[in-house]
Design a protein around this ligand. Structure first.
Ligand code: PMM
Length: 286
């Protein structure tokens, strides 16, 4: 198997920067309606306890999100989003746990970084909020820029491609150029093909099959495959696995992308993916 070389962004805390392997990002959705873990955390204490368990089980950092991006999800107000995530980020920071903020909203990104988040994870790559790139440039933190074509209410209708990998790479390149024009340091950008976002299962598999083409962008790569519906394609009958039964498939994807040079994977079940990235590091050519 050909192995892409792993790049990492500048501006990481030394704890993360020194890890010579794919990072494991634990998902913490403080939402009532995310597709696999929505509604688990009604209060800050429960969310913090869950994040501590994720760290205990091998997460290197925690991605905190307050707005669901599952297909069909509707938007929430900035105030509601911040009410959900900011107390959690503050508490995790005080406990020494590294966090990123999963938001499309520049105001939330700003408040979250001021509360201690060390990275902005923007599933819209700057397209949902025209102030996001300028905001991240000022914050000067690592920025995950995901491929995106539209909000959750419409994204399934936007899954039309003649060559998905070429189009995704080209559209990411445009957003990277826009980000740099707004003042974001290129060394702080991480790209993500956005599995499941305006992509049907065949598109997701094609992107994974041609994973090495993502390296043409010469930027660190972040992958969020965890528990997504396409991971049920192998099941009999097809599609029969519930989100929580997709963790074995998720960890197999983690093995594959970490061997192929992904910088980080965003996962719900961190223990299996943590084992996967460590084992892949042992078998990988250096
Ligand atoms: N997927 C989800 C949420 N945030 N962020 C990035 N960068 N990439 C992803 O693929 C991604 C994300 C949706 O999954 P969830 O509802 O389980 O959090």
């Amino acid at each position: 198997m050909s192995q892409g070389s792993r790049r990492q962004p500048a501006g990481l805390s030394p704890t993360l920067a020194k890890l010579n392997r794919c990072l494991v990002v634990g998902v913490l959705n403080v939402t009532p309606d995310s597709f696999s873990d929505g509604g688990l955390f009604s209060d800050t204490n429960a969310a913090v306890k869950y994040a501590q368990d994720l760290i205990q089980n091998g997460a290197d950092l925690i991605d905190v999100g307050g707005e669901s991006t599952r297909p069909g999800a509707s938007r929430i107000t900035t105030l509601e989003e911040q009410k959900r995530v900011i107390p959690v980020i503050k508490e995790l920071t005080s406990l020494g746990i590294i966090t990123s903020i999963d938001t499309m909203n520049s105001e939330t990104a700003l408040v979250a970084v001021n509360a201690g988040a060390q990275m902005v994870n923007d599933v819209s790559g700057g397209l949902a909020d025209e102030n996001m790139h300028k905001c991240v440039a000022d914050l000067n933190v690592p920025y995950v820029l995901m491929h995106w074509r539209g909000h959750s209410t419409v994204m399934d209708n936007l899954a039309t491609y003649s060559d998905v990998v070429t189009e995704v790479v080209n559209e990411i390149q445009i957003q990277v150029d826009n980000a740099i024009k707004s003042g974001i340091d290129r060394n702080k950008i991480v790209i993500d093909p956005g599995l499941g976002f305006a992509k049907n299962p065949e598109h997701n598999w094609e992107i994974l099959k041609k994973f090495n083409e993502l390296h043409h962008l010469n930027l660190p790569i972040y992958i969020g495959a965890s528990r997504k519906r396409f991971l049920t394609d192998f099941a009999i009958p097809r599609g029969s696995l519930e989100p929580k039964d997709r963790d074995i498939a998720t960890s197999i994807i983690t093995s594959y992308v970490s061997l192929n040079g992904a910088w980080a994977v965003r996962v719900h079940d961190v223990s299996a993916s943590s084992a996967a990235v460590k084992i892949m590091n042992l078998v990988k050519e250096t």
